[in-house]
Write a protein that binds this ligand. Structure first.
Ligand code: 6R9
Length: 567
């Protein structure tokens, strides 16, 4: 029996007040995600149940019960309070997927501060733009990553402290402090901040076409959406062992790698190690994973390793699989059914939506290649590309749009009100993706409506890459676009014109690639650089990425009447 039961029935009868009931929240109760994911589970008598099974690179396994998570997150909250963190302050999490990441996330929320997770592979320049915008007060990090903050500290007047929670640098800077969860005095009793429904909770940065990344601000009531979608889409039940492969630097890793499963009191596993098919399958077999939430790029990498390797491991514990982040092609759904005996269920959502909005449900027929149907309580449509009126014809492509009002919807882009406002058209929140709806109400993803590059399920903004490229001494002009890639769907390709006195060469290409990898991240690093004498521009001087991208994808270039140079 699935948790959701009959989807069509639920869609007709559900309203969000039911999500409150399902979580057990009553009008006037205080609502704190940190409390709901730890203390409350203990109050339900599940304190000794495993909350986290963590496995490190070298195979070390650590296990934490809900009571451990409760006490250790209290300990973090108390420590942060002692160094001056107050309600509403931004505290950044910048570390690999170590247990401290999951525990301190809850500690920050218990204190009423705002958790700002950033992907640990980010370089100094990716960090500085996000920390500067958020006016972050404290960063929690590890020795391994602290050096990147040293490079940018002078540019961050609001940053008071960098707390190193693992490892000890030989020489400490005056703003650096050490904290060890292991040796800290444990805090058994803590009064969590009495958040209300609209109290800010998490700030996740996401990339757009223009300008620097934007911080999507979420509130504590997002838990209503995350709780009920985890229950009905991931189908999480009392005895499940759940594995979300996403890093909490991205929204999937917090909404479904922390909040959703723990608010349900479900045991989850974390693997803090690089990818190989064997390692992943062994992890599933060793910990008897039952529900697995992953991404199309990972699935394509597993497909590449073939079905034979699957047979070497006992993965009979698996019972439900879901995917997010990029289009899940029909072949991947069919392959997983053949390889694991279970299809991946595609789920569509965004940093801004905070929780799944269009998905495939356990028990509902999957049309391989489709994203499924809107979640109960989500009114969705596609809007005509020109008129922005809802499309009524089945199969016609439009912009995915959602009626505002679900609990986990972002409440702001941090200090970017105009951009936030521009996402709403005629009373709809417009996601920035194109899709069509078939006669049975299934949604089919077509592509993004902007220039954002989706590489391996991670969004990278072309503007951020182009700005960084211009800082390279040899680069005069630049454009970054996505080019097709068999595994990652897209990878970054850069077009570069050089300053006088520089000649294209393999060495220069490598030097530019490394420059971006170090400054931004390995994700943002161009996999290819094409040296050009000039870039196609509109009459007003804007670079036409559309033309460059179309060439890469072998598509029609479309209207070029505004181009200066029609070559
Ligand atoms: C959760 C997450 C959001 C963008 C989104 C879209 C793409 C996500 C997808 C999908 C096709 C799916 N995307 N899920 N495209 N099918 N099932 O990924 O958040 O990092 O903000 O990315 O990712 O383009 O707009 P985020």
């Amino acid at each position: 029996m699935t948790n959701i039961g009959n989807y069509e029935e639920k869609y007709k009868t559900f309203d969000w007040s039911q999500a409150r009931e399902i979580l057990g929240y009553k009008e006037g109760d205080f609502l704190n995600i940190g409390y709901y994911c730890s203390d409350r589970i203990c109050e339900q008598g599940k304190g000794s149940k495993l909350a986290l099974i963590w496995e490190g690179m070298d195979g070390t396994v650590k296990k934490y019960t809900f009571d451990d998570i409760r006490i250790l997150s209290n300990t973090y909250a108390e420590y942060l309070k002692s160094i001056g963190i107050e309600k509403g302050d931004r505290v950044c999490l910048f570390m690999d997927k170590i247990p401290d990441l999951y525990i301190s996330f809850l500690g920050i929320l218990k204190l009423g501060a705002i958790a700002q997770p950033l992907f640990s592979a980010f370089g100094p320049e990716s960090l500085v733009t996000r920390l500067e915008n958020a006016e972050t007060k404290v960063v929690l990090t590890t020795k391994k990553h602290a050096f990147k903050l040293r490079k940018i500290k002078d540019d961050l007047p609001a940053l008071e402290k960098v707390v190193i929670v693992e490892g000890e640098p030989k020489k400490m800077e005056d703003y650096e402090v050490l904290f060890s969860l292991e040796s800290a005095d444990k805090v058994d009793k803590l009064e969590s901040f009495a958040a209300d429904l609209e109290s800010p909770s998490v700030l996740h940065y996401t990339s757009g076409t223009t300008g620097q990344p934007k911080g999507a601000l979420h509130v504590h009531s997002s838990i209503f959406s995350q709780h009920v979608t985890s229950k009905w889409v991931l189908d999480l039940k009392e005895d499940d062992v759940y594995w979300c492969t996403a890093d909490p630097g991205w929204v999937t890793g917090t909404s479904y790698g922390i909040i959703g499963p723990w608010s349900l009191g479900v045991t989850q596993c974390v693997l803090d190690a690089g990818f190989t098919a064997e390692r992943w399958y062994k992890f599933i077999a060793d910990h008897k994973v039952t529900v697995w939430y992953s991404a199309p790029t990972a699935i394509r990498m597993l497909m590449k390793q073939g079905k034979e390797v699957v047979k070497k491991f006992d993965m009979s514990s698996l019972r439900h699989l879901c995917s997010v982040g990029e289009p899940l092609n029909a072949e991947a759904v069919i392959w997983s059914e053949e390889a694991y005996g279970l299809p991946f269920h595609d789920t569509f959502w965004q940093t801004e939506t905070g929780a799944m909005v269009i998905t495939n449900y356990p028990g509902m027929e999957i049309k391989p290649g489709s994203m499924g149907k809107p979640f109960p309580g989500i009114q969705a449509t596609v809007l005509d590309l020109k008129t922005h009126e809802p499309v009524t014809e089945p199969g016609k492509v439009g912009l995915i749009a959602l009626k505002p009002g679900w609990p986990s919807m972002f409440r702001a882009y941090w200090k970017k009100k105009d951009i936030y406002d521009s996402k709403f058209i005629k009373g709809w929140y417009v996601c920035g993706d194109r899709a069509s709806i078939d006669k049975d109400g299934y949604y089919w993803f077509v592509g993004r409506d902007d220039d954002v590059i989706n590489t391996g399920g991670h969004l990278v903004g072309p503007f951020e890459i182009e700005s960084a490229l211009l800082e390279h001494p040899a680069v005069a002009e630049s454009a970054a676009v996505g080019k097709p890639d068999e595994i990652n769907m897209e990878v970054v390709k850069a077009f570069v014109s050089l300053k006088p006195g520089n000649e294209p060469s393999d060495e220069l290409e490598l030097s530019i690639m490394n420059f971006i990898r170090k400054k931004l991240s390995p994700l943002a690093m161009p996999q290819e650089i094409e040296f050009v004498s000039s870039l196609p521009k509109t009459r007003s001087g804007k670079i036409m990425r559309r033309v460059l991208r179309a060439k890469e994808w072998g598509e029609e270039i479309g209207d070029t009447s505004t181009l200066v140079d029609d070559e």
